[in-house]
Design a protein around this ligand. Structure first.
Ligand SMILES: [Zn+2]
Length: 213
């Protein structure tokens, strides 16, 4: 987000984040693309990394959902947060049917990603869905494109760390944790995050993502 972009958003009606051919309503999407997202049903993703908890995603990373997620992340279109959060909410409903009383732990952005977007995109999307506990931090890591699942798992383990004071407080609640991320691919990030929380004595029976690649 920069001043020029802010100004453009202020004075011109923004295009739909998905099809770009129609003006967006306040949701960042046109009516047709908003309906496409609403028509999605949660899917069970099967992570290639076996140590990952089971993941329920709001839908497949394709079509309107992929477009909207990219615009949200890469162009900081925060107005898409409620639509994407709605998908997380439906995924969460599937999980909480089996895991009641869960706390939500978002996968953190690296400091650089947060700075360039201007906000924490995962935490923002799941605001209002439940009791959010940000107890993980991310260090910079190399782009995971082209890495094997084993290499991704190693990179994810190296990148994430827990804030001990916060994980201790979380463990003291004795409540289970549902991890939250934007996209699940191999499940390496979820596996690494779950391992850190489990080391602190926290149960991590499931994870949710906006989309499954
Ligand atoms: Zn559209």
């Amino acid at each position: 987000m920069n001043v020029a972009e802010d100004a453009r958003n202020l004075f011109l009606p923004a295009a739909c984040a998905s099809c770009r051919s129609a003006p967006a309503a306040g949701t960042g999407l046109c009516a047709d693309c908003a309906a496409d997202l609403l028509a999605l049903r949660p899917i069970l993703a099967t992570p290639a990394v076996r140590a990952a908890p089971p993941v329920v995603a709001g839908g497949p990373y394709a079509g309107a959902l992929a477009e909207a997620l990219n615009e949200y992340k890469e162009r900081s279109r925060r107005e898409l947060a409620p639509a994407l959060g709605g998908l997380l909410g439906r995924a969460l409903a599937v999980v909480t049917a089996e895991v009641p009383n869960a706390l939500l732990v978002p996968i953190p952005p690296t400091r650089a990603a947060r700075r360039s977007r201007g906000f924490d995109h995962v935490a923002t999307a799941c605001a209002g869905l439940g009791d959010l506990r940000s107890c993980l931090r991310a260090r910079a890591r190399p782009d995971s494109v082209g890495l094997t699942p084993a290499q991704r798992a190693a990179a994810a383990r190296k990148s994430l760390h827990a804030v001990p004071r916060r994980t201790a407080a979380l463990a003291a609640t004795a409540r289970p944790v549902v991890l939250v991320d934007d996209i699940v691919t191999t499940g390496a990030t979820f596996a690494a995050a779950a391992a850190l929380l489990r080391e602190a004595g926290i149960r991590v029976p499931a994870a949710i993502a906006v989309a499954a690649a």
